[in-house]
Design a protein around this ligand. Structure first.
Ligand SMILES: C[S@@+](CC[C@H](N)C(=O)[O-])C[C@H]1O[C@@H](n2cnc3c(N)ncnc32)[C@H](O)[C@@H]1O
Length: 406
């Protein structure tokens, strides 16, 4: 087999990262293929051959899955040449319900491989009226040397011009349509709760560093509470995500014994989204939220000023290393919402020493969650509950919330 070969493949599985699995030849070489669905037969062009696997691109669907639907993004459809398909909607050709089944399968397989065994999981929509479109309140685009604006192609850094952006909120889609030729670099569009789209132009500076202006502060609303956040700071992308996660965390906390005088930790806390729920868990409890961005920490302090929440700007790994174990922490909840790479073994082991009654782990990467869960299990924690939440419909990404107790 070599690059450029065209072969027919039976798709048998799904891998992490939005690609599907076929086996080829007598040795059953694994071939990773995007734009297909398990159960399909496709014609594909080999794009890379390695010792233990190959990659291919789908050029034609020979036998379609009953779960195949017209792609939510016309430009990303399998009928378009692979190099002209934009990235970002790699599940856009799959019926929403089946997308969630596939995401549950990915979480299950990650737990089987990295967490010492799977636990039952289903993936829930962010809200009952999810359509898989019109949800992104944050969109990042690129501008190439010729001033063309768009996303990168699915597997390259070529900017693709496209007539529509079905995953973006309609207001962001309109703002993109009104852009002209732009300066090379990046453009981020942000649609906060006030409904007015902000356009952040970041021209390439080619080694020159620019004086950094203070970012604008925008407001988001969750459960009637206002959260100020820098316009370019971390906030969930899906317009319903923060509300859905807050609801799931509150539902999970309600299943746990309500402690008295507990000290809860909200690690990787951002602007304090989960501290509000934690502060209400048990009587006379208090929360320390820990976040590395100084500006986000200041917002957390202001956003939660009416609650018993202390906001600390620090790296989690350093902060918890120096935090003394107390009875109050062991009566409380330690919630963590780390970046994609996960918390890692050192942080998880230190949490084990702090010995909280329960750990609530919010994860945007199932493999990182599975690895860290494996460490928690070694430390004697077991998984009480695992829920997937579909905060990135029409893409392979999935959020998961795990509750662990000892
Ligand atoms: C996935 S976000 C979660 C934020 C918040 N929980 C929310 O839902 O809005 C991860 C946050 O962790 C922060 N962060 C990343 N690495 C960190 C570290 N080592 N220590 C503390 N905070 C960190 C980032 O700045 C970001 O705000």
């Amino acid at each position: 087999m070599q690059t450029g070969d065209i072969i027919d493949l039976e798709i048998t599985g799904i891998a992490h990262g939005g690609v599907f699995i076929a086996r080829h030849g007598e040795e059953g070489l694994v071939v990773f293929v995007p734009d297909t669905i398990p159960g399909e037969r496709v014609r594909a062009r080999i794009t890379q051959v390695k010792k233990s696997f190959a990659r291919a691109e789908t050029i034609e669907v020979l036998e379609a899955s009953p779960h195949r639907v017209p792609h939510i993004w016309k430009q990303a459809d399998v009928s378009v040449a692979p190099e002209l398909r934009p990235g970002g909607a790699d599940f856009g050709h799959i019926a929403l319900e089946h997308q969630r089944e596939l995401k549950a399968r990915v979480i299950t397989e990650a737990f089987d491989r990295f967490a010492g065994g799977s636990v039952p999981v289903t993936v829930e929509p962010a809200s009952a009226h999810e359509t898989g479109a019109g949800y992104r309140t944050r969109v990042g685009l690129h501008v190439d040397r010729d001033g063309r604006v768009g996303p990168y192609a699915a597997r390259s850094n070529d900017v693709i011009e496209t007539a529509d952006y079905p995953l973006a909120t309609p207001a962001i889609e309109r703002a993109i349509a009104a852009l002209g030729s732009e300066r090379e670099g990046r453009i981020d569009l942000v649609h906060p709760a006030d409904g007015e789209v902000r356009i952040l132009r970041r021209p390439a500076t080619r080694g020159r560093s620019r004086a950094k202006k203070e970012p604008e502060v925008v407001a988001e609303i969750v459960g009637g509470r206002r959260f100020d956040v820098d316009v370019d700071g971390f906030w969930q992308v899906h317009r319903e995500a923060a509300t859905a996660l807050d609801r799931v965390v509150r539902e999970e906390l309600a299943k746990l014994d309500a402690p008295e005088r507990a000290h809860h930790l909200d690690l990787y806390g951002g602007v304090g989204l989960f501290s509000a729920a934690l502060a209400g868990h048990g009587t006379d409890s208090w929360v320390t939220t820990v976040e590395s961005s100084g500006r986000a920490t200041q917002h957390a302090a202001d956003n939660l000023a009416d609650l018993p929440v202390e906001a600390i700007s620090a790296r989690v790994e350093r902060f918890i290393e120096h935090l003394d174990p107390t009875d109050a922490i062991s009566r409380g909840i330690t919630l963590l919402d780390p970046p994609r790479s996960g918390a890692g073994e050192q942080v998880v082991r230190r949490i084990g020493e702090l010995n909280p009654a329960a750990v609530v782990y919010i994860a945007c990467d199932p493999v990182a969650l599975a690895r860290d869960t494996g460490t928690f299990r070694e430390l004697g924690y077991s998984v009480d509950s695992l829920r997937g939440i579909d905060l990135f419909p029409s893409s392979h990404h999935v959020e998961a919330v795990a509750v662990l107790t000892r």
